[in-house]
Design a protein around this ligand. Structure first.
Ligand code: PMP
Length: 399
């Protein structure tokens, strides 16, 4: 059976997937329909940070699915409170609003920021502005792609909602200059993921915090990819000892098996919502809450944040030590690493394809950056296994 041809014949061509058909996966290893094994160094863009089929997640999921899965939020359950209570404890914020996907949680943050602006800052109706960064990626809804600086995300999908201002990423001064009396929030990824693992200069988040405080503007951080241990801290903002007013989480919150996202914020931000102002049939259902709670417990009890820092350091050291002349830069934090290649010599996609042939799953971005984001459970031996193949592929790519 040609699954790739079948898939192509019955779905829109909105992805350019790598030519592999995966059948099974456990931990950091995936197997295709031909029985070939791959080291998963992508973990579904950090959604599988706990590894595939984590036994605790599977047990919680099966138990909960057979007990009570979906009620909608027309009713209360025993699980939503405990899940969100844990989430606010870990983030240091006050309240959370559960959704399903990252983009929905971003939309939640945008709605919260605007209502806060009208209610608390007395911005004139429909004038609220949100400052965002060039090369941002926050999802695919029409509102979100409307403020993308990447024309390929927007082309043909307008008209878009207004009220967003783009500034260069990593330049706190540019944000301060862009702030007006109508600015309600700055919405930023603390490290840009889809842009190619772009780490801002040291002090950027601290400066943003100070600027937002100075001008009474909310700091909203999108940690859908960077959060929950990926960068070697629970959240990337902790590297700079600050706290946002609003935090967007997704991906790994679903334990690698289920879509679970949340917008987490201060009392003041969350106070803008009232019954009917926002919601989702599936967001915060019993199954999602149970899985989310278990995912947080696994990250904590298996010390995955510390592991990410330690193994990430090791992976980055090994990648930097390659000294290949096609590597322009190795950058990242924790187990979230981008390798920028010299696109004049080879495209990142060619390397990505070669890695696939050699049993390593990775992902190319914009033709120039190769991304690695393995499950946080990866061991030193498994990194060594992957590095042997990565070194071989890079060595061959030069000739
Ligand atoms: N925000 C960030 C920072 C992301 O990286 C992504 C997805 N890559 C999203 C939001 C959107 O998440 P989802 O695909 O679950 O809607």
């Amino acid at each position: 059976m040609d699954f790739i041809a079948l898939e192509r014949s019955v779905t829109a061509a909105n992805y350019d997937s790598l030519p592999v058909v995966l059948r099974e996966a456990k931990g950091v290893w995936a197997t295709d329909t031909e029985g070939r094994r791959y080291l998963d160094m992508m973990s579904a863009y950090s959604a599988v940070s706990l590894g595939h089929g984590h036994p605790r997640i599977l047990k919680a999921m099966m138990e909960q699915a057979s007990k009570l899965a979906v009620t909608s939020r027309a009713y209360h359950t025993e699980l939503l409170g405990p899940f969100l209570e844990r989430l606010v404890q870990i983030t240091g914020l006050d309240m959370a609003l559960p959704m399903n996907t990252g983009a929905e949680a971003v939309e939640t943050a945008i709605k919260a920021a605007r209502r806060w602006g009208y209610a608390k800052k007395k911005i004139a109706q429909d004038r609220a502005e949100i400052i965002v960064a060039n090369n941002n990626f926050h999802g695919r809804t029409t509102t979100i792609v409307g403020f993308s600086s990447d024309e390929s995300y927007r082309e043909g999908f307008g008209p878009f909602s207004g009220g967003f201002k783009l500034v260069p990423f990593g330049d706190a001064g540019a944000i301060e200059q862009a702030i007006t009396g109508n600015t309600c929030a700055v919405l930023i990824e603390p490290i840009q993921g889809e842009a190619g693992i772009v780490v801002p200069p040291e002090g950027y988040l601290r400066d943003l915090r100070a600027i937002c405080d100075r001008h009474n503007v909310l700091l909203m951080l999108d940690e859908v990819q960077s959060g929950l241990g990926r960068t070697g801290r629970w959240f990337a903002y902790q590297h700079e000892g600050i706290k946002p007013d609003g935090l967007i989480l997704g991906k790994a919150l679903g334990g690698g098996v289920y879509p679970v996202s949340a917008f987490v914020g201060t009392h003041e931000v969350m106070s803008v919502f009232n019954p009917g102002s926002h919601g989702s049939t599936f967001g915060g259902n019993a199954l999602a809450a149970r899985i989310g709670l278990e995912a947080l417990a696994v990250i904590e009890e298996e010390h995955l944040v510390e592991r990410s820092a330690e193994m990430g350091g090791y992976l980055q050291d090994r990648l930097r030590a390659m000294r290949s002349n096609i590597v322009k830069e190795v950058r990242g934090r924790g187990l979230w690493v981008g390798v920028e290649v010299d696109a004049n010599v080879v495209s990142a996609r060619t390397i990505c394809d070669a890695l696939l042939q050699n049993g390593v799953l990775s992902k190319d971005t914009h033709g120039t950056v190769l991304r690695f984001a393995p499950p946080l459970t990866i061991t030193r031996d498994e990194i060594d296994w992957g590095m042997e193949r990565i070194e071989r592929v890079f060595a061959r790519a030069i000739h």
